[in-house]
Design a protein around this ligand. Structure first.
Ligand SMILES: [Zn+2]
Length: 69
């Protein structure tokens, strides 16, 4: 795999743009409906979550993160 394509994700909350390097072939698989975890098994869970939800890790934590008690 080459990770020759920068997958740009614009956070739907704050507008920050994340660039996650992926293999262009995997990107095309994803655009054709393959689940993130199958298309990009080499990405971290955080990166997969950002792609799936269109959120940067910061906003994801605000919306879904566990509050520490
Ligand atoms: Zn954000």
């Amino acid at each position: 795999m080459y990770r020759d394509y920068n997958f740009e994700i614009e956070c739907k909350e704050c507008g920050e743009v994340l660039e996650i390097p992926v293999d262009l072939e995997d990107y095309e698989l994803y655009m054709n409906g393959m689940p993130v975890s199958h298309a990009f098994p080499y990405l971290s869970v955080d990166e997969q979550t950002s792609i799936r939800d269109n959120l940067c890790p910061h906003c994801w934590n605000i919306l879904y993160g566990e509050e520490e008690e």
